[in-house]
Design a protein around this ligand. Structure first.
Ligand code: SF4
Length: 93
């Protein structure tokens, strides 16, 4: 018979095996280019902002930091850089 403590330890280890690779995938999707290289700023350019950009990645949890697939580090939903790309394909024509 497995003690409750041993069972919990095995479940925690199994959860680590499942979720660790998912975390690695999420981190790999984050951008790596320096903000300065793409003239990133924390303000929108007219209607263009990170939250309307196809590269924007919402925080995984409420209150977490937002990222994108191009620029390294945390970005603001109200930010902008020269790599901006409309997330709404119907606006491209
Ligand atoms: S505008 Fe630039 S910084 Fe913002 S989400 Fe798009 S690529 Fe990233």
């Amino acid at each position: 018979m497995i003690a409750r403590r041993d069972l919990l330890a095995r479940l925690a280890a199994a959860a680590g095996l499942v979720f660790a690779p998912l975390g690695a995938v999420a981190r790999a999707a984050f951008g790596t280019l320096p903000k300065a290289a793409l003239h990133y700023r924390d303000e929108p350019l007219g209607e263009k902002s990170c939250v309307t950009c196809s590269h924007f990645l919402h925080a995984a949890a409420p209150g977490g930091a937002d990222h994108c697939t191009v620029v390294a580090g945390v970005v603001s939903p109200h930010g902008y850089c020269v790599a901006w790309q409309d997330r709404n394909p119907t606006n491209s024509c």
